[in-house]
Design a protein around this ligand. Sequence first.
Ligand SMILES: [Zn+2]
Length: 210
Amino acid sequence: MTIHEIKKKIVQYTRLVQSRGYTVASEGNISVRLPDGYVMITPTKIIKDFITEDDLVVVDMDGNHVDGARKATTERFTHLTIYKKRHDIDCIVHAHPVYTVLSTVIGTNPFEEIFISEAAMFLKKVAFAKFAKPSTKEGADAVRDVCGNSDVIVIDRHGSFTCGKDVETAFSLLEILEKYCKMYYLASMSGKPINFIDSSIVEELRNVPY
Ligand SMILES: [Zn+2]
């Protein structure tokens, strides 16, 4: 993929994340690891509906500015800490999806048991990172501690990081995560018992290649 194609994809998906309501205002960010080892990432302080390819920034693996007119997101250090630990992924989407965050606000874990197959097949094992102030070293450390075996990380009272080989995969994980947490919340609110899938079947589903 050319740099132009990568830029186009980041912009498309940044707007899509915003239009779906997984972020509002200037929240959230998307990054892609480039073939030269640098990372292209969305900038800080921009309303994501209006982002263009000219707004994207390139940083090195220490977060230093390499290219672009704007300043990179302050959450770049969490992206970089994931890339340093996970050499198998090349894209990260960070968002603040309402139902996913809400589940941590009210202290529930929608993934203790699973009730639809897609949650096991696509999300595999969801990791949880402890609360830390956003854009801090502590926040990046908390994510690094749990991201080794999971492409889906939920941060207590903050948001999600979803990772993949490409933007489509990282975005899809975000979408499936939020849909599942929404269903869990609505099912819990119904007052009816939730009909979970047997845990041995959940394990089988997690082993289905995706
Ligand atoms: Zn955030």
